[in-house]
Design a protein around this ligand. Structure first.
Ligand code: ADP
Ligand code: MG
Length: 361
């Protein structure tokens, strides 16, 4: 059993507005990227400030390498951690000066700092901006400077608070990719706070879902996204179909659930008679023409239905199909045209038994 680099035990923090953070236990393991996701106001930034020893909890302990940190050694321990805040605070000086700032505060000589700063600038793709005044940078460039400044410290733990918030989509995508490459190459122990679940899905090894101050699920990233433990967690991680049903049978690792007058096959365990919700992600549902040949397969659900609604968003078009219950499918614009998807159209929806999960009511 490896000791957590950073851990919380029985931590509580209350604010005057009634908000309460209440974390029984949280471990940040060496080398992992731990995502902390949750809606705005869930307490993510509060949790991060406590992990970074910038704010003391009202109750409970923060452990660094398994040892409780008290007020006297908080300052020294804080140096093992580097935090990047949502709004990067950059000095009115050059990019190079800003990236070197943390090293300077920590007493690293200019000669020893220089190669580290140069490598940090290169790795974040801002070496060409080295001489620019930081305040003239774009939002994405400024974030890169803040990240470089933290990474050159070679911290034991990197704490990132919404490092991509407020950036336009292409800038954000490029930064997610570049930062992901660095974190994976160096195995930097990282806590990444975000309200954008896609960022955590792209970068995190494990994810903690924080809602109303509590960790509702902490698991490997894929488990959180594909097997959320509760309805509100499921909705937050992007599960759009959550239909009530009852377990009517079980064979060969597949559970049969009656829902909306249909029998669904789900590759997850539940006791016969149990009331459950079946969760299905929209991207796991395929729509095909309703008059196509039926492919009979025990590991699939094939449901004919009528399109109720078609709504286009930036990334995908979501189609709600009434198959006895509202089933949401994400489709490409090409499918919308080819299948002539519009309210009233008949379609066949297909999803694998392994793409559905159960939440016991
Ligand atoms: P998140 O980062 O998930 O959006 P925060 O941790 O910033 O959430 O805030 C959680 C709640 O705590 C909010 O209701 C916020 O208004 C409140 N809060 C945060 N920081 C403070 C503070 N320093 N003093 C009082 N209330 C605060
Ligand atoms: Mg926040």
């Amino acid at each position: 059993m490896t000791t957590a680099v950073l851990a919380l035990r029985g931590v509580r923090r209350r604010y005057a507005d009634g908000f309460a953070l209440d974390v029984t236990s949280l471990d940040v393991v060496a080398g992992e990227v731990l995502g902390v996701i949750g809606p705005n106001g869930a307490g993510k930034s509060t949790l991060l400030r406590i992990l970074g020893l910038l704010e003391r909890p009202d109750e409970g302990r923060v452990l660094v390498d398994g040892r409780a940190v008290d007020a006297r050694d908080a300052l020294a321990e804080r140096r093992r951690v580097a935090t990047v805040f949502q709004e990067p605070l950059l000095a009115d000086a050059s990019v190079t000066h800003n990236v070197a700032l943390g090293l300077r505060f920590r007493g690293v000589s200019a000669a020893r700092a220089e190669p580290r700063v140069r490598s940090g600038l290169e790795r974040l793709g801002i070496d060409k901006l080295a001489g620019r005044m930081a305040r003239t940078l774009s939002g994405g460039e400024a974030r890169r400077v803040a990240l470089a400044r933290a990474l050159v410290l070679e911290p034991e733990v990197l704490l990132l608070d919404e490092p991509f918030a407020g950036l336009d989509a292409p800038t954000r995508a490029a930064l997610v990719e570049d930062l992901g490459g660095i974190l994976r190459a160096d195995r930097v122990t990282t806590v990444l706070v975000t309200h954008e679940r896609g960022e955590a899905q792209a970068l995190a090894d494990r994810v903690a879902v924080l809602m109303e101050g509590r960790v509702r699920q902490l698991d490997e990233t894929a488990r959180v996204f594909y097997a959320p433990v509760a309805e509100d967690v499921a909705r937050f991680v992007g599960v759009e179909t959550l239909v009530m049903g009852r377990v009517v049978g079980r064979a060969d690792g597949v559970t049969a659930v009656e829902a909306g007058g249909r029998v669904l096959e789900v590759a997850a365990a539940a006791a016969p008679g149990a009331h459950v919700r079946v969760g299905i992600r929209p991207e796991d549902v395929t729509l095909t023409p309703a008059d196509g040949a039926r492919v009979v397969s025990s590991a699939r659900n094939t449901l004919d239905g009528t399109v109720v609604r078609v709504s286009a968003s930036m990334y995908a078009t979501h189609v709600i199909v009434d198959v006895g219950f509202p089933l949401v499918a994400a489709v490409t614009p090409r499918s919308v045209d080819e299948l002539v998807l519009r309210p009233g159209a008949r379609v066949r929806a297909v999803f694998k038994a392994s793409a559905a999960h159960l939440i016991v009511a």
